[in-house]
Design a protein around this ligand. Structure first.
Ligand code: ATP
Ligand code: MG
Ligand code: MG
Length: 507
């Protein structure tokens, strides 16, 4: 269980200077929260940072050592393990990272299972670290004598005087934002400001080997790993809310969360006027006795959230935006106090759940491809929910769960004609049978998001063959206006964007 109901900080913008450089402009994050401006003078660098945070107390979001400053957004899940190797007790996750950096240097991040982005200034270098899955995006810009880093690209969008490119490979350039790079998933970008060098060190890579296990051993391992991942994501002071579709992934999380806490959990389902999965989610809610709520969002209102989805996810992938749109809309409707949200997001990637055919070679090819290409899509970004004041976390992308699910041989993922067989078998005793055997239905399908978006561009005159290209163009245009151009999402005229794109597609 987590000590604190929420991470001390959800995001940051930090600047480390050895010499010149401009002060960063006052940032505007999509993340909702309070802003605190702090600074710290180290021997060779002076650091200024802005935290965006949910509570009054920011002390858990940074920690200082002799000549080291750690700034952390997000949270750690293997706290107890880490604490066994530290010399002194850590009062926060930032202190844990500091203790690890003092002991292991930049390899510290190989030891952390968490959902975080970190900025470390130490001596003459800056370390920029992502968690294994890069779930909290981290961007950087470098000028002579200055390193800037932030958890949202938009806060670093303005060009800076004397922008330097990166000599090191690995960091990804960001569309239409020259000088801006994204730190890869599972990496530490080490920037030596004295020598002017930058190097990427991997802290996690998706496993490509596969393990043969008996049915029983695999099922037990999956159940155990997932139980642990769910438990680590709960906090006594913040009762969990599970966003529930009635599919096996979110239903499994709901069942394990329910088993881990006293009293009922909260569950929430969204649907639209076009489509919903309410009956299937209701079966699970009734079974668990959860406090269940359904939210129906008219399709026009759902599509109107596209600018907000771009604002939060800063992703250029139209398919990913379609998955994230219904969730963004759901979080924006989730009023009341801040919640700790657990999702079933991401299970399909290591298990090949989207792969709708029976052959194992193709299944493992799909898994390996998806595990190789998720980086930079920002699919797991917490900003989707923190933009509405809620913290979200994804147990299937816990480092241990993800590793285990990835390495299981394909025959355990598809078995007896079922997709995600091992997960279904692992949940057999805590969910109704109809939920356990329910075929996969994507969040973009169950909510009618894909078909609604298609209709939107078709009605603007885009021919059937041009739909995918038009959706991509809409997403790119929104990215350019909101992330690059700094336009407020509420002020973007979506019909206007769609019309412009449709004209271009029609030629
Ligand atoms: P399956 O992949 O087998 O359909 P699932 O529905 O739980 O299981 P996805 O469809 O991949 O998973 O959706 C990803 C996650 O998004 C879900 O696990 C759930 O947490 C959330 N989600 C999806 N649809 C809804 C919905 N209609 N209402 C609330 N949350 C949803
Ligand atoms: Mg799923
Ligand atoms: Mg589903």
């Amino acid at each position: 269980m987590s000590e604190q109901p929420f991470p001390a900080a959800y995001g940051f913008l930090a600047s480390a200077r050895t010499g010149g450089g401009q002060d960063p402009e006052a940032p505007r994050f999509a993340t909702r929260g309070r802003y605190s401006e702090l600074s710290e003078r180290l021997r060779a660098q002076s650091v200024r940072f802005t935290l965006v945070h949910p509570g009054d107390d920011t002390s858990g979001a940074y920690a200082t050592g002799a000549d080291t400053l750690v700034v952390l957004a997000g949270e750690i899940y293997n706290r107890a393990e880490i604490d066994t190797v530290l010399d002194r007790a850590a009062a926060s996750d930032a202190e844990r990272v500091l203790g690890l950096v003092e002991r292991y240097g930049l390899h510290a991040f190989r030891l952390v299972n968490g959902r975080f982005a970190a900025f470390v200034a130490e001596g003459e270098r800056v370390l920029l670290a992502t968690d294994h899955s890069g779930s909290v995006p981290l961007y950087t810009r470098r000028t002579a004598g200055q390193v800037l880093a932030a958890t949202e690209a938009k806060t670093l969008a303005a060009p800076h005087q004397g922008d330097l490119g990166f000599p090191a490979g690995g960091a990804r350039r960001v569309r239409r934002l020259p000088g801006l790079h994204q730190v890869p998933a599972g990496s530490v970008l080490e920037i030596d400001t004295g020598r002017g060098t930058a190097e990427t060190h991997r802290t996690w890579v998706p496993p490509v080997s596969r393990r043969i296990m008996s049915e029983e051993a695999a099922v037990d391992a999956v159940r155990h790993a997932l139980e642990k991942a769910v438990a680590r994501r709960l906090a006594p002071a913040a009762p969990p809310l599970v966003v529930l579709s009635g599919g096996i992934d979110s239903s499994g999380v709901a069942a394990l969360a329910d088993a881990a806490v006293l009293g009922p959990i909260d569950t929430l389902s969204m649907g639209t006027d076009r489509s919903n999965e309410f009956p299937q989610a209701r079966v699970v809610a009734d079974h668990l006795g959860s406090r269940h709520r359904e939210i129906t969002i008219p399709t026009s209102e759902l599509l109107a959230q596209l600018p907000h989805t771009l604002h939060a996810a800063e992703s250029l992938d139209a398919e990913v935006i379609e998955y994230l749109l219904p969730l963004t809309a759901l979080y924006r409707r989730l009023d009341g106090p801040a919640r700790r949200v657990l999702t079933g997001y991401g299970a399909d990637i290591p298990l090949g759940g989207m792969h709708r055919e029976d052959r194992l070679p193709q299944l493992d090819t799909a898994v390996a491809f998806d595990m190789d290409t998720f980086d930079g899509l920002n699919e797991m970004s917490p900003v989707l929910s923190t933009a509405s004041g809620h913290w979200s976390t994804h147990p299937y992308w816990d480092r241990e769960v993800l590793e285990l699910l990835t390495v299981l041989e394909a025959g355990l993922k598809r078995r007896y004609g079922r997709d995600k067989w091992v997960l279904r078998a692992a949940m057999g005793d805590v969910l109704p049978q109809e939920t356990v055997v329910r075929p996969k239905l994507g969040v973009h399908e169950g909510s009618g998001t894909t078909s609604g978006f298609t209709l939107l561009v078709r009605e603007a005159g885009v021919p059937e063959a041009g739909v995918a290209a038009a959706k991509t163009a809409v997403v790119e245009e929104l990215f350019d206006r909101i992330v690059v151009g700094g336009e407020e999402p509420d002020r973007v005229d979506l019909p206007d964007v769609v019309e412009k794109v449709a004209k271009a597609v029609k030629g």
